[in-house]
Design a binder for this molecule. Structure first.
Ligand code: HEC
Length: 219
């Protein structure tokens, strides 16, 4: 409640200053961005592991937001450099072992818990995959922001994930889950590895869910 009233006060102050500015000249887009950021900053506070540094936009956030607002796709050169920088962050699994246990992967994909102020630092998080993807047929509740991942490995012809012909698909899948921006500068998919949402072992279980021929995803 307290938080909400603070937000309204900040919002009113912003509206008033906009009105004043309006008498003379219109605020520039940079001024509006600053005002918006001030309102956001005034509306949140650090609590536990959830810090207000989550509001800080990085270069890709900024570039993608500007492109989105203009209704045009992001500049191709800028996109390529964002993707290359993100590609360089990917940590590949030791020894080339990419797959864990699909049953544990299903539990991680189902679990959307973690990273809130009441969680302790270093506690394990869920992958939240069903929030945006269909995955196994058994789960009928899922979001559709991302494409369906049902039959993910089967559609891509992965019969044996460790066969040389599967390498490209397996590596792409790991990289995409680790840092989705490496392949799509403005991806809306959380960067599970890069942001420390999932650890290497959890990522392997998720990989098995998508790529193990025995996983219900590929039946
Ligand atoms: C907030 C929504 C969101 C969440 C949560 C999410 N994804 Fe995604 N995912 C997307 C979107 C959107 C795309 C397609 C656009 C893109 O390339 O980023 C995508 C693409 C993918 C792809 C590439 C598919 C292809 O055919 O190339 C894979 C694999 C994938 N997601 C796996 C996962 C896994 C595994 C999880 C859980 C750890 C997950 N996603 C969580 C939104 C999400």
């Amino acid at each position: 409640m307290k938080k909400q009233s603070k937000f309204i006060i900040a919002g009113t102050a912003t509206a008033a200053s906009l009105l004043l500015v309006g008498c003379t000249t219109l605020p520039s887009s940079a001024e509006l961005d600053k005002l918006t950021m001030d309102v956001a900053k005034a509306s949140f506070r650090d609590q536990g592991i959830a810090k207000t540094d989550r509001l800080v936009l990085d270069d890709a956030n900024r570039e993608c937001m500007v492109a989105d607002a203009s209704g045009k796709p992001i500049d191709e050169k800028v996109a390529k450099s964002i993707e290359a920088a993100n590609m360089a962050t990917i940590k590949w699994p030791a020894g080339g072992y990419y797959l864990g246990d699909w049953k544990q992967g299903e539990r991680i994909a189902q679990n959307g818990r973690g990273l809130t102020w009441s969680d302790s630092a270093g506690s394990s998080n869920g992958g939240n995959c069903y929030n945006c993807h269909q995955i196994s047929k058994e789960e009928i509740s899922y979001g559709t922001l991302g494409p369906s991942l049902y039959n993910y490995g089967k559609i891509r012809g992965v019969k044996n994930p460790y066969a040389p012909e599967s390498a490209a698909v397996v590596q792409y899948t790991w990289g995409k889950i680790y840092n989705s921006r490496a392949y799509n500068a403005c991806s809306q998919m959380p960067r599970a590895g890069h942001k420390g949402i999932l650890n290497e072992e959890q990522m392997k279980h998720i990989m098995a869910l998508l790529l193990d021929p025995n996983s219900p995803v590929n039946k």
